[in-house]
Design a protein around this ligand. Structure first.
Ligand code: F6P
Length: 341
């Protein structure tokens, strides 16, 4: 079987480890052959491929980014669509696709599988917002990076007696904010799943400052302030029609300063959270998922993705991952909120 691998959507630490895991298991055990589509669905639509022999994946598990490139191309737009994509696969002699991606990628993969294309998936996102898997690779690395950044922000906060606001990614869920905020000992964590009044935020900030602490407020980019209907977005839509988020921290900081009288600064961590080497946890998870994706293709389990359940790698249908976002449950927020202020 000749398999094309693609990485699509935002890059994510661990993508290369997935590719390596799939190629090693596939070539050594399953008798498969691999190519990589350049830049996600763009490479599929354009038939732009590179060979991926075992040699090409040597030593890449520790590398960030993706050796085959990624993009947010929608395979149903432009020259895309199922018939043309199948014709391209036939021309290139590619039997099946392993699609490594998040919600947008897997939704596209499901639509294509529904009309007969042979695709299996590997869930990927630093946001950890995909249902059907307990964790996604990349999330652990993002939390490590965010936590380290917050530790650094706290030293400046302490030195200047300032309130520091740290904005993290996560799209419409608060997992990165919750975990990094807890790890860094934040005095408030604001996530999309929870409405929090400005007065409450001010009270937490004042309470920390009254104890002589420099308050740290962690805000998820998708947090919706009480007075707003939607998350802050000033950068238009992405290729899948989703609002591009970011910037709420800069909005929030002056409000906190005005309310509390405490000098406040905001830092948006942005793409730093997705960059650099994956943690050991993410390398192991990504490698295991990659190996399992080769098995999934070998079994012809089209329309399924590999997933982590507890400590085991399992397989679930695309629809399970796509029915709803995996949001932060109330009890997890309540647990963290006991430490606020
Ligand atoms: O899904 C991963 C993610 O990093 C989100 O947290 C963020 O909202 C988005 O991608 C940013 O996308 P881009 O890299 O296209 O700006």
């Amino acid at each position: 079987m000749r398999i094309g691998i693609l990485t699509s959507g935002g890059d994510c630490p661990g993508l290369n480890a997935v590719i390596r895991g799939a190629v090693l298991k596939g070539t050594e055990i399953n008798g498969q052959e691999f190519v990589g589509f350049r830049d996600g669905w763009r490479g599929v639509v354009a038939g732009d491929i590179i060979d991926l022999p075992r040699l090409a994946v040597r030593g890449i598990a520790k590398e960030g980014g993706t050796i085959i490139g990624t993009s947010r191309t929608n395979p149903f737009e432009g020259d895309g669509g199922p018939e043309r994509i199948q014709a391209t696969l036939d021309r290139l002699g590619i039997d099946a696709i392993i699609a490594i991606g998040g919600e947008g990628t897997l939704a596209a993969a499901k639509r294509l599988t529904d009309v007969g294309l042979k695709i299996v998936g590997v869930p990927k996102t630093i946001d950890n917002d995909l249902n059907g898997t307990d964790y996604t690779f990349g999330f652990d690395t993002a939390i490590e990076i965010a936590t380290e950044a917050m530790d650094r922000l706290r030293t400046t906060g302490d030195s200047h007696s300032r309130c520091m606001v740290a904005e993290v990614m996560g799209r419409h869920v608060g997992w990165i904010a919750l975990h990094s905020g807890m790890a860094a000992g934040a005095h408030a964590i604001l996530i999309p799943e929870q409405k929090t009044s400005l007065e409450q935020i001010g009270a937490w900030v004042r309470s920390a400052a009254d104890r002589g602490r420099a308050p740290l407020v962690v805000v998820a980019e998708g947090w919706v302030p009480n007075h707003a209907d939607d998350a802050h977005s000033e950068r238009g839509l992405d290729a899948f029609g989703r609002p591009r988020l970011g910037g709420i921290g800069e909005r929030l900081a002056p409000m906190i300063e005005e309310l509390t009288g405490i000098e406040t600064r905001a830092t948006t961590l942005g793409h730093i959270q997705r960059g650099g080497v994956p943690t050991a946890y993410d390398r192991v998870l990504a490698t295991r998922l990659g190996m399992a994706s080769s098995d999934l293709a070998q079994d012809g389990a089209w329309g399924n993705m590999v997933s982590l359940r507890g400590t085991e790698i399992e397989r679930v249908g695309f629809e399970e991952a796509l029915t709803a976002l995996k949001t932060v449950p109330q009890h997890r927020y309540d647990e963290a909120a006991m430490l606020f202020g």
